[in-house]
Design a binder for this molecule. Structure first.
Ligand SMILES: [Zn+2]
Length: 441
């Protein structure tokens, strides 16, 4: 068992003193912040909840025991708004043959047909949830491949795991299939039935440029309106600037006067539009109330990959421009150890660190930590993502005193508090999955 660096009082009521907290993740009274946007605070904790947030050193030592964090950054437990738990960790048996997007699509499709039994899906999803929990994740949205017989396998397993994980990770799932499938009434009927039986009032698909795109979107928006569902799309995951399905989604949302939430992931080709097209599309996205999540690790891996040619772009959407226009923007994990991304560990501290580098989030304001915390919590409609008096004492504690210290090391010694108690941060061993990979340890 490992609980990280922090030595906390073994008492129901205690104080954590001298923490640095991103001001953008702090609820309540205004606090002074340093040039990194970090406020120095003390937290009073009792019975698993934060009972008070005060400026560091403001309160005199009281009756309860205290632990000084020595100026280290504390984050709330984080929110991963775009993952694929059903695909995770199949890499050892189904690696991407060439690292390309078509290579990923075809390899996952073949692995799903051959291997995705309830037992296989459950074991890999549970492995991923334990990993994310150990890193300090409080809530996740996963997409579930929803095609043919897989619908009846993955959704019940997902619903069981969601129930088992209540109180540790709040889970949501959105169905994943191509926009072309939306044109098939029998398919849509099966998906909507699965969402109603096992899901979270969430519908979605992958959008790309097909002649019937408006028709497919009308089917999805009508189904969402009839059933009171929110929507989540995989959008324009390509470097082809002719891919503008994001604009079609915004137009559909406005056409249907859609009042639910819409989250669009990837939107890679938005970054390759002519400036006037980009501005027009972003304005529509803003007007339609669409939120956007960038998946920088996966985009960097798949986009602009050609054998023998050095990639020329980072593959990520126009996140700064979207944010400047007032669109809620986020970053998230996406795939982990599957043909869409060979690496990854559902660690949002890693995602924020790499996202900062890939998207150059530094030098653009001190509030980007919101992108893995407050903003996805709001978009998913879950508690958390902020440090607030009265909220559960769910925290990630680090030794880093500023962003450069935080992002220069993997923070492997972090302490994660859930309801005021340090959790075991031991990561599951890959060898646990060997029997599913046809591999002897
Ligand atoms: Zn995805």
């Amino acid at each position: 068992m490992t609980t990280g660096f922090a030595r906390l009082p073994d008492a129901p009521a205690f104080r954590l003193t001298d923490l640095r907290v991103p001001l953008c993740l702090l609820e309540g009274d205004d606090m002074p912040a340093d040039g990194n946007g970090l406020a120095r605070v003390d937290l009073a904790i009792a019975d698993g909840r934060i009972t008070a947030i005060e400026p560091a050193g403001a309160a005199s030592a009281g009756a309860v025991p205290a632990a000084s964090l020595d100026g280290g950054i504390a984050l709330p437990r984080l929110v991963d708004c775009h993952t694929h738990l059903d695909k995770g960790h199949i890499w050892p048996r189904s690696p991407n043959p060439d690292g390309t997007f078509p290579g990923a699509l075809n390899t996952v499709g073949a692995d799903r047909e051959a291997n995705w039994s309830a037992q296989d899906v459950r074991a890999r999803m549970d492995f991923s949830l334990r990993t994310a929990f150990a890193h300090g994740t409080a809530a996740m949205r996963t997409h579930l491949d929803s095609l043919g017989e897989q619908i009846g396998i993955s959704w019940p397993v997902y619903a069981e795991l969601r129930a088992e994980w209540i109180g540790r990770i709040a889970l949501q799932a959105s169905p994943l299939f191509g926009a072309t499938e939306a044109l098939d009434p029998a398919h849509m009927q099966a998906v909507i039935a699965a969402v109603k039986a096992h899901g979270d009032r969430l519908l979605g698909c992958v959008t790309y440029m097909i002649p019937e795109l408006d028709q497919a979107l009308d089917i999805l928006f009508r189904a969402a309106i009839e059933n009171g569902f929110d929507l989540d799309f995989h959008v324009d995951e390509t470097n082809d600037p002719a891919a503008r399905s994001l604009e079609y989604i915004a137009d559909a949302a406005l056409r249907h006067r859609f009042e639910g939430k819409i989250l669009c992931g990837h939107c890679c080709s938005l970054a390759l539009q002519a400036p006037e097209d980009e501005a027009r599309i972003i304005a529509k996205v803003r007007e339609a109330g669409i939120a956007v999540v960038s998946l920088p690790l996966c985009n960097m891996y798949l986009q602009d990959r050609q054998t023998g040619r050095t990639p020329r772009w980072r593959g990520v959407t126009a996140l700064h421009e979207l944010k400047a226009a007032g669109v809620p923007v986020m970053i998230a994990s996406d795939n982990t150890r599957d043909p869409f991304y060979a690496y990854g560990d559902l660690d949002l501290v890693e995602v924020l660190r790499e996202g900062t580098r890939i998207l150059q989030l530094d030098h653009s304001g001190p509030d980007w930590a919101k992108a893995v915390a407050r903003t996805p919590a709001e978009v998913l409609g879950v508690d958390g993502g902020v440090i607030a008096a009265g909220a559960p004492a769910d925290l990630i504690l680090t030794r880093a005193r500023d962003w450069t210290e935080l992002f220069s090391r993997p923070q492997a010694d972090r302490t994660v508090l859930v309801s005021g108690k340090a959790i075991d941060r031991t990561l599951p061993d890959y060898r646990e999955l060997d029997h599913l990979m046809g591999r002897a340890s």
